[in-house]
Write a protein that binds this ligand. Structure first.
Ligand SMILES: [Zn+2]
Length: 419
């Protein structure tokens, strides 16, 4: 079999596996609550709160979409013209143009340029967050966080770039097969290891003090069949007023993490509702399932890049002879950027379905739809969420059901149980 024939066959197999995984493991059978219930919930929310949230979202919107558009333009300009390949050459030159220097320094240079050009929009976003009182860290704290995230990306990026181009050199004909396996492994590693390694870079965690709430949360996890080792409090208030909680780790390392902001702002029953939602993710294995679809998607992407990357018109545009050299990295990045933008609505849809299932789990576990609903109101108020965002934005990017959908779901549950 030729490498190309093998790649076509592998891509077909991966695509089928991805479709089957998504069809079977994503909870498609729970459609959102009726629109009339959602609108009823919307009418009951304080009008000034809804107006302020919409004003806030309106202020964020131009910067957000402009950053997306500019990011795409920069990726296309670097990948579909010889500009990017020249940048890779230039970055590798101080080390004599060695392939590893081109791969790592060139690759990071391309990523950095793309990031720096959209940096003004990130700063704009932070300015809006400060203006609306959502960000509690000033510009110094914001800059430190930015540099930390650059450092984390540089470390991961270097390893991935070096590994990828080493495989390309070792197996010039069949690299796509090793690359696909490597990409899938990297996704799995990042999903399970990264949270443990990276969380402490950005936040400090301390055990929740002994008391009724802590016992209640441990008991809740136990009753749910999701034993946790500890309940930790993250010092999120250093940078934000936003509230959140999550469950991280696997098996013996599993722990519940609660933002200190959540403890300060919400009642114990509401904190319990949030944690019950997070336990739902753990119980339904949403992280392993997400990792599996991510790994299949990444493997398929590498094979697709190999097939697309040997298409002569693209190579000519990028000014390279083959996709198998570091100078072609900007071309790969452009293709990945386009794929990310095109697949965003599908990813958002799957995420919303998974989140709706975690909500249903929280309602069943706590049996307390009133606390769930008041938590949703509070979440929306604190995070300045538009309770019923514009349809097109919701479809493109909403990772969670809207506030009115979640409230309507809680009421539907209450009706079901009560009647
Ligand atoms: Zn969730």
């Amino acid at each position: 079999m030729t490498p190309r024939g093998g790649a076509v066959l592998t891509l077909a197999v991966l695509a089928v596996a991805l479709l089957v995984t998504v069809a079977v493991l994503i909870p498609w059978s729970h459609p959102p609550a009726p629109r009339s219930d959602q609108l009823a919930a919307l009418r009951e929310l304080p009008a000034d709160q809804v107006a302020q949230a919409r004003e806030f979202r309106y202020a964020l919107r131009p910067g957000g979409w402009a950053a997306l558009g500019l990011g795409l333009l920069v990726a296309l300009a670097l990948g579909l013209t010889p500009l990017g390949s020249r940048l890779v050459e230039l970055a590798g030159r101080p080390l004599g143009g060695h392939w590893a220097a081109q791969a790592v320094l060139g690759g990071l240079a391309v990523l950095l340029v793309a990031d720096l050009l959209t940096l003004p929009f990130a700063a704009w976003r932070h300015a809006v967050l400060i203006r609306y009182g959502l960000a509690t860290n000033g510009w110094a704290g914001w800059t430190v966080d930015l540099l930390k995230s650059y450092a984390v990306s540089a470390v991961i990026g270097s390893v991935a770039l070096l590994g990828f181009y080493a495989v390309l050199r070792l197996a010039p004909r069949w690299w796509w097969a090793f690359g696909a396996a490597g990409a899938a492994t990297l996704v799995a590693l990042l999903s399970f290891v990264l949270p443990v390694l990276v969380e402490p870079v950005f936040n400090r965690f301390s055990p929740m003090e002994q008391g009724p709430l802590r016992s209640q949360l441990m008991e809740l996890a136990d009753r749910d069949g999701v034993p946790v080792r500890d309940v930790l409090v993250a010092d999120a208030s250093r940078r934000t007023r936003a509230v959140n909680a999550y469950v991280s780790g696997l098996g013996p390392t599993r722990r519940i993490v609660v933002y200190d902001t959540l403890l300060r702002e919400a009642t114990p029953a509401e904190v319990t509702a949030v944690v019950a939602h997070e336990l739902g993710h753990a119980r339904d294995r949403d992280v392993p399932v997400g990792t599996l679809t991510g790994a299949l998607g990444a493997a398929a992407a590498v094979v697709a890049l190999y097939l697309l990357g040997s298409w002569p018109p693209l190579l000519r545009l990028a000014g390279v002879d083959t996709v198998a050299q570091p100078r072609a990295f900007p071309l790969l990045l452009a293709l990945v950027t386009v794929a990310g933008i095109v697949s965003a609505p599908a990813q958002a849809l799957m995420s919303r379905r998974v989140e709706a299932r975690a909500d249903a789990h929280a309602l069943a576990l706590t049996g307390d739809p009133a606390a769930f609903e008041s938590m949703q109101r509070r979440l929306a108020a604190i995070n300045l969420a538009d309770p019923d965002p514009p349809r097109w934005e919701y479809l493109y990017s909403a990772s969670h059901p809207s506030t009115v959908e979640r409230i309507a779901a809680a009421r539907a549950y209450a009706r079901e149980v009560g009647g």
